[in-house]
Design a protein around this ligand. Structure first.
Ligand SMILES: [Zn+2]
Ligand SMILES: [Zn+2]
Length: 289
């Protein structure tokens, strides 16, 4: 909640006129408590999960020939009811586990210094803070994911996320409730170390979710803008991890591939892609002969 009653008071306190974005923010947030603004995250979580996954659900169901070419595992098709069951389970977890956690985390988030004031971050501040959050989360996620592949943790927790050998967009947060909560910790780590404005905080969780949906979509589109992000893993990369399943000892990265490269957990995947390239070259040679 902003400490000003009118926009004129706010301008007086700031000692300058408000920018367009600041005016919009004033109108939106002036009469809302910080708790209500914080709880927007639960609504965004459910909304963006549903909205961003929907195009991938249609793509999976329509089975268009030109789109199937971009499917990582073209022989596997997820049915409507499989995807619906997944959606229902994820929404249950969101409402029963993630929602209460978001509400309970409010005092901590306040204490960390997530601000709701009128000084909105600049474009550069957005970009730099979000980049730091992605890197911190990716590193922590890599190690947690590796631990989740230990025999006990896999059987008790991580097995649920690996139910889909050929994942689809809705399967990104499909996991045991304990895994959702455990992996929530690295997401909070960035804003804990580098506190930000609540708009950056919202954007961080939205972008992270969109990224996870794309990575689990099962489709690798050549026009995707994520192709230009250095060390970005993407759908093909993560799909291999799901395909191998329990015994997979590679491709643990959730966003970037650099941890797999540094710690040598990319070798199985590299070997497999080399074999596939060789096989397709042989096939082409046979055709031309
Ligand atoms: Zn895994
Ligand atoms: Zn996954």
């Amino acid at each position: 909640m902003l400490p000003y009653v009118t926009m004129e008071e706010a301008e007086e306190a700031m000692g300058r006129g408000l920018s367009y974005a600041e005016r919009v923010w004033f109108r939106y947030s002036a009469n809302k408590s910080d708790f209500v603004l914080h709880c927007h995250n639960i609504v965004f979580l459910c909304f963006f999960y549903s909205a961003a996954s929907l195009p991938y659900v249609f793509i999976e169901l329509c089975n268009n020939k030109s789109i199937v070419k971009c499917k990582v595992q073209p022989r596997v098709r997820n049915t409507f009811w499989q995807m619906f069951k997944c959606y229902k389970n994820v929404m249950h977890t969101f409402i029963l586990a993630v929602g209460p956690l978001q509400i309970l985390s409010f005092p901590t988030v306040k204490l960390l210094g997530i601000r709701t004031d009128l000084s909105l971050p600049s474009g550069w501040e957005f970009v730099l803070q979000l980049s730091v959050y992605f890197i911190i989360e990716d590193f922590a996620n890599y190690w947690i994911h590796r631990i989740l592949h230990s025999p006990w943790a896999y059987q008790k927790i991580h097995k649920v996320h690996h139910e889909y050998k050929a994942p689809h967009g809705l399967a990104a947060p499909y996991a045991h409730w304990a895994e959702i909560l455990i992996l929530g910790f690295p997401s909070f780590l960035g804003p804990t170390l580098v506190p930000c404005h609540i708009t950056t905080y919202w954007l961080w969780f939205v972008l992270r979710q969109l990224e996870a949906i794309e990575t689990h979509s099962g489709y690798e589109f050549p026009w995707s803008p994520t192709k230009y992000i250095p060390f970005y893993g993407g759908a093909t990369y993560h799909d291999y991890h799901h395909l191998v399943g329990e015994n997979c000892q590679c491709n643990f990265a959730s966003v970037f591939t650099y941890c797999d490269l540094i710690y040598g957990t990319h070798k199985g995947y590299r070997y497999k892609t080399k074999l596939l390239k060789k096989a397709s070259l042989n096939q082409q040679n046979h055709k031309t002969e």
